[in-house]
Design a protein around this ligand. Structure first.
Ligand code: ADP
Ligand code: ZN
Length: 221
């Protein structure tokens, strides 16, 4: 990885991907590209597309591949992505993974990280998760913001995500097993997969991620 790193981060919903991806992207000095964040921004902007996306998201369904591919292709064409990127929440299906290869070239991805967290723990984390409705910062019932459910970072209202209901959570986890889990084999067949234990404090997990990334960089020269 002599040029900027090109990473994809896989892992179940609620594995703590979001927060770790932000930190890892700073560490690597590459843009953090989260399809979930981009979709939530469109929902918030109230565009026609945003309203359509919201209907899928609130039910825990995936946005159709052709739609999400258009969004990612546009984002990867932005100048900052030429330095490398950290893709969070994409690809999520084999169709998306193959399309990504076509966009950036089959040899362009340096590493696929899978943040591994047992399903029971993920269910527990998702149901207690709370997020800032303005900046997206993550909190939980166990670790709430300091003051009155307003965000420590920006003062926004901290709420439960509309797709963190029990039925939407169950649907997302089913779709993960069905559509996203096969990507582990897709990337391990290409010798790109590293599985990282996602159980522990955010700092512990971050340390493991940095270790794996550093090792991949050294071995790639
Ligand atoms: P989570 O990992 O908790 O499901 P995300 O923020 O990654 O959260 O995604 C939220 C929702 O956005 C998904 O449930 C899905 O509806 C939509 N979405 C995000 N990324 C993709 C993708 N790559 N393909 C299809 N739908 C996506
Ligand atoms: Zn905030």
């Amino acid at each position: 990885m002599t040029r900027g790193a090109r990473l994809v981060v896989l892992g179940k919903q609620g594995a703590g991907k979001g927060t770790q991806c932000v930190r890892l992207s700073h560490y690597l000095a590459v843009p953090h590209i989260s399809t979930g964040d981009m979709l939530r921004a469109a929902v918030k902007a109230g565009t026609e597309f945003g309203q359509l996306a919201k209907a899928y998201m609130d039910r825990g369904e995936l946005i159709p591949d052709d739609v999400i591919l258009g969004i990612v292709e546009d984002r990867l064409a932005e100048p900052d992505a030429t330095r490398g990127f950290l893709l969070d929440g994409f690809p999520r299906t084999t169709v998306q993974a193959k399309a990504l290869d076509e966009m950036v070239g089959p040899k362009a991805i340096d590493l696929a990280l899978d943040l591994e967290v047992p399903t029971e723990l993920v269910l527990q984390r998702l149901s207690s998760r709370r997020v800032c409705s303005t900046c997206g910062a993550n909190y939980s019932l166990e670790v709430p913001p300091k003051l009155n459910w307003t965000c420590d970072l920006c003062g926004g209202e901290v709420v439960q995500r509309p797709d963190d209901t029990e039925s939407a959570i169950r649907r997302r986890l089913d779709l993960y097993e069905e559509s996203t889990a096969p990507l582990l084999e897709f990337y391990s067949d290409r010798n790109l997969l590293s599985v990282v234990d996602g159980v522990g404090t955010p700092d512990e997990v971050m340390e493991r991620l940095v270790e794996v990334v550093d090792r991949a960089r050294t071995s790639a020269g």
